[in-house]
Design a protein around this ligand. Structure first.
Ligand code: FAD
Length: 306
C-alpha cells in the first residue's frame, strides 16, 4: 500500500515540481551524487578506485521536445567529460528512453531512438558503453525494440530486464546471445498482477530462473541487486557455468549497501555502481523510498522542519 502510494507520487508532476524546487535534502544526497556534472564526475572518480560506474543523468517522462533535446545534450557533455578526464574505461552511462521523448504523442519512439543513437555515437567516440534502463511495463516492447535497433550499429548497448514481469524469462532467452549485455533487476515500478508477480518471494524466484538463463548463455549478465541471497546465487551460478570474474558484473545503486560493494570488489569481483545526478531527482528518489519504507519517516521529518 505504502509502496504503491510512493510510486504514484513519483509520477506526479505537481509534487515533483514543488519538491525539486526546494533545497537538496541530506537524505536525497545519500542516493543522488549531486545536481551538476562536476559532482557526478567527482563521485565517479572516487568510486572507480575499486569499482566501475554507470552514470544516469536524471530525467524521465519528458513531455516536450526541447527537454528531450536538452537531455541528449547533457549526455553528450557528460561523455565528453568522461573521455577528457580519462574515466571512460571504467565509467559508462545509463539512459531512460522516456527522458528522450519516448512518450511524446507524435513520433515519440522515433525521437527517442534518434536521441539514443546520438548518445551511443558520443559514447563510441570516447570508448565506453550505454545501457538502456527499463521503465514501466507499458514501455517494455518499445524499449526492447529500440535496444535491438541500436544494437545493429552499437552491439555493446545494454538492455535491462525486470524479474517482476512474467514475460522476463522469455526475454532473457531472447537476449542471452553472444556479446549481449543484460542487466537483470527486480523492477522498481508498481505493476498490475496481470503482467507481474506481486509477492517478493515470486519476484525472487523469477530472478533466480532468469539468472540461470543469462549465466548459461553467451552474453554478459549484469546482476543488479542488493539482495545478499541473490548475490550469493549469482556467484554460485557463475562458478557452475565457468564464468571468470570478468564474465559477469554485480551492480548496485549509489548509496545502497556501500560496504557490501567495497567488500565484493576487494574479493576481486567486478562491481559497478549506478550513479545518478541532476536536478530532476524526485522520481528516482521516490522509487528508492518505496524500496525501503524505513527511509520515509526520516525524509518526511526533514521536509517538515525545512
Ligand atoms: P530488495 O529486496 O528490494 O532489497 C534487498 C536489500 O537491499 C534490502 O533488504 C536492503 O537492505 C537493501 N536495499 C534495497 N533497496 C534499498 C534502498 N532503496 N535503500 C536502502 N536499502 C536498500 N529498476 C527498474 O525498474 N529499471 C531499471 O532500469 C533499474 N536499473 C537498476 C540498476 C541497478 C544497478 C540497480 C542495483 C537497480 C536497478 N533498478 C532498476 C532497481 C531494481 O529494480 C530494484 O528496485 C532495486 O534494486 C531494489 O531491489 P533489490 O534487488 O536490491 O532487492
Amino acid at each position: 500500500m505504502l509502496r504503491s502510494t510512493l510510486l504514484a507520487a513519483a509520477r506526479s508532476g505537481a509534487v515533483r515540481a514543488a519538491v525539486e524546487a526546494g533545497p537538496f535534502d541530506p537524505l536525497v544526497d545519500r542516493f543522488v551524487a549531486g545536481t551538476t556534472v562536476d559532482a557526478a564526475i567527482a563521485a565517479a572518480r572516487t568510486i572507480t578506485a575499486d569499482r566501475y560506474v554507470t552514470i544516469d543523468h536524471l530525467g524521465e517522462d519528458t513531455t516536450d521536445r526541447a527537454r528531450a533535446d536538452a537531455n541528449v545534450a547533457a549526455y553528450r557533455m557528460l561523455l565528453q567529460r568522461l573521455g577528457a578526464e580519462g574515466l571512460a574505461d571504467r565509467v559508462e552511462v545509463s539512459v531512460k528512453l522516456s527522458a528522450f521523448g519516448q512518450r511524446l504523442p507524435r513520433d515519440g519512439e522515433k525521437i527517442a531512438l534518434d536521441s539514443a543513437r546520438h548518445v551511443c555515437e558520443a559514447a563510441a567516440a570516447v570508448g565506453t558503453t550505454v545501457t538502456v534502463d527499463m521503465e514501466d511495463h507499458t514501455t517494455t516492447d518499445a524499449t526492447l525494440t529500440t535496444v535491438g535497433d541500436l544494437r545493429l550499429d552499437f552491439p555493446w548497448v545494454g538492455a535491462v530486464l525486470q524479474s517482476q514481469l512474467r514475460r522476463t524469462e522469455a526475454d532473457c532467452r531472447d537476449l542471452a546471445g553472444a556479446g549481449s549485455r543484460v542487466r537483470l533487476c527486480k523492477g522498481a515500478y508498481d505493476e498490475p498482477e496481470s503482467v507481474a508477480y506481486r509477492s517478493a518471494a515470486d519476484v525472487d524466484l523469477s530472478y533466480v530462473r532468469c539468472l540461470k538463463i543469462l549465466m548459461a548463455g553467451e552474453g554478459l549478465p549484469m546482476v543488479a541487486t542488493h539482495d545478499p541471497r541473490l548475490v550469493a546465487i549469482a556467484r554460485h551460478l557463475a562458478q557452475r557455468y565457468e564464468r571468470s570474474v570478468d564474465d559477469y558484473e554485480l551492480q548496485m545503486l549509489y548509496g545502497v549497501r556501500p560496504r557490501a560493494q567495497t567488500d565484493l570488489a576487494a574479493r576481486g569481483l567486478r562491481v559497478r555502481v549506478y550513479l545518478p545526478y541532476g536536478t530532476e531527482w524526485f522520481g528516482y528518489f521516490m522509487r528508492r523510498l518505496a524500496e525501503r519504507p524505513a527511509n520515509v519517516a526520516f525524509f518526511a521529518r526533514s521536509m517538515l522542519t525545512r
